[in-house]
Write a protein that binds this ligand. Sequence first.
Ligand SMILES: N[C@@H](CCC(=O)N[C@@H](CS)C(=O)NCC(=O)O)C(=O)O
Length: 299
Amino acid sequence: MPPSLMPANSALPAKCIRTHLTANKQALPVTTSLPSSRRRTLKRSHAVARSDARGANADDLKFYTHTLCPYAQRVTLTLLEKGVDFETVEVDLSNKPRWYYEINSLGLVPALSWNGHVTVESLDICKYIDTEFAGPALVPEDSEGQRRVEEIFSSCDHVASRGLRFLAGRDRYWGIGEPSLDTPTAQADFQASLVQLSEQIDLHGGPYLAGSSVTLADLVLLPFMERFDMCIREFRDDFDLRREGGCEDITPIGNWLELMEKRPAAKEAAADPAKLLAAFKRYRSLDFFDYVSMTKSTL
Ligand SMILES: N[C@@H](CCC(=O)N[C@@H](CS)C(=O)NCC(=O)O)C(=O)O
């Protein structure tokens, strides 16, 4: 990470050191900053892994995360919605520990380790959790439902990338330049992507993205929409995300956001808005640390 991009006065919480045992029982230092109240110990009835029947349990499930990362928040939401017991390992991305590259060679959070098997990439992790653990199904079991959710994943990607471009702009990767809040094309593109998503909600009957019950599609989009909403409220008085920027009435996407925010999992998984805003003002980035890997791979 270039020193100029290093968050010297990082707003991250103070860290403490724990011990982490790898599969080969080698002790590795792990930094964690989660208050003990957030290390979840759910009732065993909520923490049943599908493969419990084969003798495994969810107790050794470790979730590598960063408190501000929207991709990691997708996974937190999925774990909470499923009611899976897990241990959180907060990775200090501003001073990434070397041992973390053994977990994910790209050095990115989130990662999930369970039964000696590590999964990376947020969407893959969410799908893995849904498949491996008991609890409410977050992808429909019928092929038509699965196709619908896959299609919505693409729309979510579209909205997320348009939102990031509108709010943070291309230059965010370099930590330089002004944010793109005023770029008319980026704004129009973002608005169009919101309208499209609202139409999709209508098409499937709402109120969730894929119909009447919550699915992974809702969970992968929510962290980004919360961040966009927060940023727009802070910096724009002429744009309301819940009205797609222009409509008089609250739109399906606005209703969706209100509905999602009321879910207990969403409340528990939400990042601290003050820290998110502080980081946005500092880095002009809403996927806060991604520009670091972009820098590494682009140079
Ligand atoms: N495509 C990845 C993106 C993950 C990602 O970009 N994570 C950021 C934090 S929000 C990260 O770990 N950055 C560290 C780095 O770039 O070195 C996913 O969906 O899991």
